[in-house]
Ligand binder design. Sequence first.
Ligand code: SF4
Length: 354
Amino acid sequence: MSEIYRVDPVTRLPYGVSRHFAALADTEDPFRDPIAAQYIPTPGEQTVLSYEDPDPIGDGQYTVVPRLVHHYYDRALLLVNDRCATYCRYCFRRHFTGHGAGHVTSAELETICTYLSAHTEIQEVLLSGGDPLMLADTEFFGIIDRLRVVRDLIVRVCTRMPVVLPNRISDSFARMLGERRPACMVVHVNHPRELTPQFRAGVDRLLAHGITTASQTVLLQGVNNDADVLEQLFRGLHRMSVRPYYLFQGDLASGTSHFRVDLGRGLEIMRILRSRLSGLALPTYAVDLPGGGGKVPVEASLVRTTETDYILRDGAGKEWTYPREPDRTGSPDSPRTPEDPKDDSSQDFPSKFS
Ligand code: SF4
């Protein structure tokens, strides 16, 4: 118990879960359940590795005005709110999430709009956080309407709400978002059990109002590090007309090593998925290069593997490293194991890439 009080104040993450998401968990076996694993804190969070960082993808160095991250040429990320309906224990933005910043203020929004006005190369604004849909409709659409005064920006809503609080995607919300196209929604979804009838109903409402809907998934130890599980997830999304967009390698966020899957294992899972799924159902396996190198597709960017690292090349030709990590299945920090580890080729991976 005493260890709990030694949580690093920079990397700490609040505990919170929606009733809907908690009801999806197997309470008979919460520590081996892929849903419960995502929201129940474990001692593993207090293990911080030397190469981990509370801001692993370098938001800080690309923050141009408070809450606005301009990393990619034609897109900017707006952190509208720091709260979530369920706090994911692997959250990569834990330097911001749940730290009390609250929602974007009118003054902050004006500063952001001044920056956007001056940077005409920005065509798309990603609304994220925290979860932007924690805001009431009036405030949420007020932000979009203010952004649209700058120019006809594409709005991308990055959210976990259709999974953790699907009723948030009401018909009136979907209609109001549809009235503000071009707009799209990217839903954070990790496991086929998250594809509930309520999730589908929320997606159907978005689609009925012309909202392009895609998904992003984080590759997570004990949750979905299994080709069968991911096949089921991506096939299910494809059936619901949600385009599987990204499968993300875990970022090197402080206190999340127990969730990370070795990048080589991720490549092996992708190889299996590629043999089973059509291109429309297959997401891009991507990694955000540690230290602000940006997002790159792993399969196309991996240059070589050393004894300790993977070497990846960004779009400008610069080489970056991402560490090789042990297979943590069954380690003391991770009581979670795949539900049915049918494919166990991780054991012989290193020799293939060395
Ligand atoms: S919903 Fe997103 S921001 Fe919120 S805890 Fe999960 S990963 Fe972090």
